[in-house]
Design a protein around this ligand. Structure first.
Ligand SMILES: Nc1ncnc2c1ncn2[C@@H]1O[C@H](COP(=O)(O)OP(=O)(O)OP(=O)(O)O)[C@@H](O)[C@H]1O
Length: 619
């Protein structure tokens, strides 16, 4: 009784108490309920409620009477400034128009007055409806179909937000009888469409309304597209013009899932547009599978494919079986390795107020190991007999808006990019800019600790057995082998950094993204993209690349080309997971973009898989 604003005030008081107790999600609700727009909406709502209770009375007559009084006053005495102003106001066309509009609204009964029904309607006569729509530049926003047995042409679907939907007069299932006075009995749907296409101005439908109008009780769903879709290239779509093209990674608002095969959706980037048709989850999956079967088969091995339940008693053999590259035979000049090693060691330390700070995760072996594992994954772009190229993965991922609470752990920052693009350079610069805020995860290795190294600083040194156990118990985000030793980044190492309240910044091979995507880590994935080859020729003149074949060498033309090709493949295969793309052209600019992206990830609301948030409430 005391009004919504009052209720809201009470809710806010309650919430502010919970906020102090730091209950998860309360902060966001508190901010929402306190928002000015919501308060304004409630005020409007209350005004409208008042208006409904007290019908306004016409005011034109009073205005006229007031005007007459003013005229008399003007005759009696010399007019004061106020009277003159009042006279001017009462005579102004704007005020008169406003009062007239007020009276029209006040007097009008908005229900249309319908003529009484004739008494002699036969019992079995179907009610007809005549619908007139004014055609503008937009499509009608409805599709039609023909019943296979009866030959009836009915409205197949009404597109949300389209002309037909906004009219509220056409519904899926309505049977068409006439279009613009032409009987459609015996016509093909294409002929009806032709009549519609040739019509100008008003289109008149005579139709028999559907007896049971579908009641839509669906809630709006947001999904991330995990595949591309081009309606114009899809011969199966009921109406290509009504299709909604989308690219992987785009967020879609699904507004209708009534049809098992074709859903209706809008793009988040254009929610004001009318919806378009997209294949349902089930249908898109089927299309992906069909496409996959049309691709030439290329047998290959994929590191991540083996089910975790399969036990590999001998890890070395396991890697022999999956690693087909002959690069292991290449021996790097030991002297050269030493030089680079010292160089990298120096780079890993930097002074801060006289303190020596080590930043782990940049060691050469770890990087080369990752590079090797990347080489193994390359063939997954071709037809692959497993789920590694997400062929059979869900084509849509349900997402929700997530805002990290200041008290929550930071989101993991994951950088991915082709070899040599500058992932490590950018990561190093970011951590060096504020080691109290940013930190890398310390990798694990099975190689022996060197005299000048410290366990837990450069690496966690573990036995082969421990490493294997970590792999089998899914505690490794990524791992691989280099020159007979295992290297990997563990979830525990990331957790350690996050538990310290820091932002953990790691680089991963793209095939590790799926493993990192958990509700606990809530990773924010940043793709570091190379600029054009011509730009890189300029910017990478003094840059140095490390490969299995040579170390600390200048970039060659083929390195740049490989970088570009590899970036394209990564985007094609994993682009749907990238939250942000940074083109590493100018190093300073890219570093600044990275810093702002990392803060954006922690402080701004983001679309994340719905399962991350559901899991939150379960734990
Ligand atoms: N924008 C840039 N302009 C000029 N030089 C750059 C730029 N970005 C990176 N570099 C240089 O390119 C070289 C390779 O960069 P970096 O070692 O970070 O590559 P990476 O992506 O980590 O490669 P890998 O995955 O093989 O370790 C380094 O010498 C680095 O300083």
């Amino acid at each position: 009784d005391s009004g919504l604003s009052h209720v809201l005030t009470l809710v806010l008081q309650e919430l502010s108490l919970l906020c102090k107790r730091d209950v998860n999600g309360v902060g966001m609700l508190y901010d929402l309920l306190r928002s000015r727009w919501l308060q304004a909406l409630l005020k409007i709502y209350e005004c409208l409620q008042n208006y409904l209770e007290k019908r306004p009375v016409p005011v034109m007559l009073q205005a006229h009477a007031l005007n007459c009084e003013v005229v008399e006053l003007l005759h009696e005495a010399p007019p004061s400034g106020e009277i003159k102003e009042l006279r001017r106001l009462l005579r102004s066309p704007h005020l008169r128009a406003l009062l007239s509009a007020h009276d029209t609204v006040a007097q009008k009964d908005f229900e249309p007055t319908l003529p009484p029904l004739p008494d002699n309607i036969p019992e079995n006569e179907e009610a007809m409806r005549i619908v007139c729509l004014v055609k503008n530049n937009q499509p009608l926003g409805a599709t039609i179909k023909r019943h296979e047995i009866t030959g009836d042409i009915t409205v197949a679907r009404v597109i949300h937000g389209g002309l037909a939907d906004r009219s509220g007069l056409l519904y899926a299932g309505d049977k068409l009888v006439e279009v613009n006075g032409v009987s459609i009995d015996g016509l093909e749907p294409e002929q009806v469409i032709n009549i519609l296409a040739l019509s100008q101005g008003t289109i008149m439908f005579k139709l028999i309304p559907v007896s049971d109008r579908p009641v839509s009780n669906q809630t709006t769903l947001y999904v991330r597209a995990m595949a591309d879709y081009w309606p114009l290239q899809d011969p199966a779509i009921p109406c290509a013009d009504a299709g909604l093209p989308f690219k992987k990674g785009e967020i879609l608002q699904i507004v209708d899932q009534n049809d098992a095969l074709w859903w209706q959706a809008r793009k988040l980037s254009d929610l004001s547009a009318c919806a378009g048709l997209i294949p349902s989850n089930h249908l898109l999956k089927r299309k992906q599978r069909e496409f996959w079967w049309t691709q030439p088969f290329q047998p290959h091995f994929c590191l991540k494919l083996f089910p975790s339940s399969v036990f590999f008693p001998d890890l070395d053999n396991f890697f022999v079986c999956v690693d087909l590259s002959a690069e292991d035979d290449m021996q790097i000049d030991e002297k050269c390795v030493e030089t680079v090693f010292v160089l990298i060691l120096e780079e890993e330390e930097f002074g801060e107020l006289g303190q020596r700070v080590f930043i782990a995760g940049f060691r050469r072996s770890m990087r080369l190991c990752r590079r090797k594992s990347r080489a193994n994954q390359q063939s997954c772009y071709a037809r692959c007999p497993s789920s590694c190229c997400s062929t059979f993965a869900a084509p849509y991922e349900e997402v929700v808006r997530y805002q990290r609470h200041p008290g929550d752990r930071n989101r993991l920052i994951v950088l991915v990019g082709p070899a040599g693009v500058g992932v490590n350079e950018l990561r190093r610069r970011l951590i060096a800019s504020n080691p109290r805020e940013f930190q890398s995860a310390v990798p694990h290795t099975t190689r022996v600790q060197k005299s000048y190294e410290m366990n837990g600083r450069e690496y966690h040194y573990v036995s082969k057995e421990t490493f294997e156990n970590m792999v089998y118990s899914h505690r490794m985000l990524e791992y691989g082998e280099y020159r007979g030793y295992m290297y990997g980044t563990s979830i525990d190492a990331v957790r350690t950094v996050l538990n310290e309240g820091k932002i953990c910044v790691i680089d991963l091979e793209p095939h590790g993204i799926q493993i990192a995507r958990t509700h606990e880590l809530k990773p924010y994935i940043i793709f570091i993209k190379p600029s054009s080859i011509s730009c890189m020729r300029q910017t990478r003149k003094n840059a140095r690349i490390i490969t299995d074949y040579y170390v600390n060498m200048k970039f060659k033309e083929e390195d740049l080309q490989e970088m570009e090709d590899s970036a394209k493949k990564m985007e094609a295969q994993f682009g749907q997971f990238f939250d942000q793309v940074i083109v590493n052209d100018n190093l300073q600019e890219a570093s600044a973009q990275l810093l702002s992206a990392v803060h954006h990830a922690q402080d701004e609301p983001q679309w994340v898989p719905a399962i991350w948030i559901c899991s939150d409430t379960q734990t």
